[in-house]
Design a protein. Structure first.
Length: 367
């Protein structure tokens, strides 16, 4: 491996065992590409990292107000939760608010994203159902949105349902793309999931953070910014609902105390929105910052290590804050006897985009 290659490397006794290709984009709220790694234009399925954008479409139906959803409910709409009891209970409460039943959900049950929860389920011989889905909050939100626009709940998950048509338009607008430029597949939870260039995912999160700062960034300021800000603050204030005990998203947002939000997408995509600060301005951002990451082979352990490494190289947060993520940054490579047998290294260089001739930012951020 040469330092210029966009890979993360795992070794065993100093021998390269695996290499994992990394793509990343860092943008500001105006969409300026500041730093890149790999291919920032890679067409990427955002998976659950798109949930805040999908939640915006729900908020804009006015279903949140009509059915009395609070910020905790909005956080669950954006969640890939661990199916802990608090997540399941809130899902049931949300269903009751819209006078719907679990049978109305078109997501299935599955093993928890938490091994602790899974072990408990196995001991109890518990079979998870739809309310246990890590995407249950998003599905209840879609049901609420469908009812709010008078479209009916039947088939709410189908790509041609009026609710999903609204989601498609909203996602494209947040990406600053024509609706025809966003591609759609079907996610693991049975809802449509968007694909667009990776840097557009960073743009969505920069807009969320900018709205939380009170900076509209030119994005429909009279109607959209308050909803974007509410989503940002709901996630930042309820990180336990967005993921769960011991999960990266929860620990990241808790460590930063609401100054940023972070969200996992399945198969190793990730996005972060960082509110404006001296740190973001030092990087050349015009206010807030958005970061998006994709690991080519879908490895989640490597994803969390890379996201934490990028925060360090960008200087986001103090060393004390970032130290709370150390187990994810440098995961232990041990055998069954607890012997350390290797490690993870980051030979890549984060390259500066330099859109302006007098931009003072460094050309690259190496380790």
């Amino acid at each position: 491996m040469t330092p210029s290659e966009d890979f993360v490397v795992t070794d065993r006794g100093g021998i390269v065992e695996n290499s994992h290709r990394v793509h990343a984009a860092v943008v500001d709220a105006k969409g300026r590409l500041l730093y890149t790694l790999g291919n920032p234009a890679r067409m990427t399925l955002a998976r659950s990292a798109a949930k805040p954008a999908q939640a915006l479409a729900i908020l804009e139906t006015e279903g949140v107000e009509r059915f009395g959803f609070d910020d905790g409910d909005i956080a669950l709409m954006c969640a890939s939760h661990s199916s802990e009891e608090r997540h399941i209970a809130r899902t049931r409460t949300m269903l009751s608010k819209i006078k719907a039943e679990e049978a109305d959900l078109r997501c299935g049950g599955h093993p928890s994203l938490s091994e602790t929860v899974n072990r408990s389920w196995i001991r109890q011989e518990f079979i998870p159902t739809a309310v246990c889905s890590n995407c249950s909050g998003k599905h209840v939100g879609m049901l609420a949105g469908a009812r709010a626009i008078g479209a009916g709940m039947e088939g709410y998950h189908l790509p041609d349902h009026p609710m999903q048509e609204r989601v498609k338009r909203t996602v494209a607008e947040l990406c600053d793309l024509d609706v025809r430029e966003v591609e759609w597949g079907i996610d693991g939870c049975n809802l449509p999931t968007p694909a667009f260039p990776l840097d557009r995912l960073a743009r969505i999160y920069a807009k969320l953070a900018a709205a939380a700062d009170g900076d509209d960034a030119g994005d429909r300021p009279s109607t959209r910014a308050p909803a974007l800000a509410r989503i940002f603050h709901a996630m930042g204030r309820h990180p336990d609902l967005v993921a769960g005990d011991g999960r990266y998203c929860t620990l990241l947002m808790r460590a930063f105390g609401g100054a940023l939000i972070g969200k996992l997408g399945a198969d190793a995509s990730y996005a972060i929105g960082v509110q404006a600060s001296d740190e973001t301005r030092r990087l050349g951002a015009d206010g807030a910052l958005g970061i998006s990451v994709k690991i080519e082979d879908g490895n989640l352990e490597i994803l969390y290590a890379v996201v934490t490494e990028l925060l360090e190289r960008l200087g986001i947060g103090s060393p004390d804050i970032r130290s709370q993520l150390a187990p994810f940054h440098h995961p232990q490579r041990v055998n069954t006897m607890g012997v350390t047998i290797g490690g993870v290294s980051f030979p890549f260089t984060l390259r500066g985009s330099k859109p302006d001739g007098d931009d003072p930012r460094p050309a690259a951020l190496a380790r």
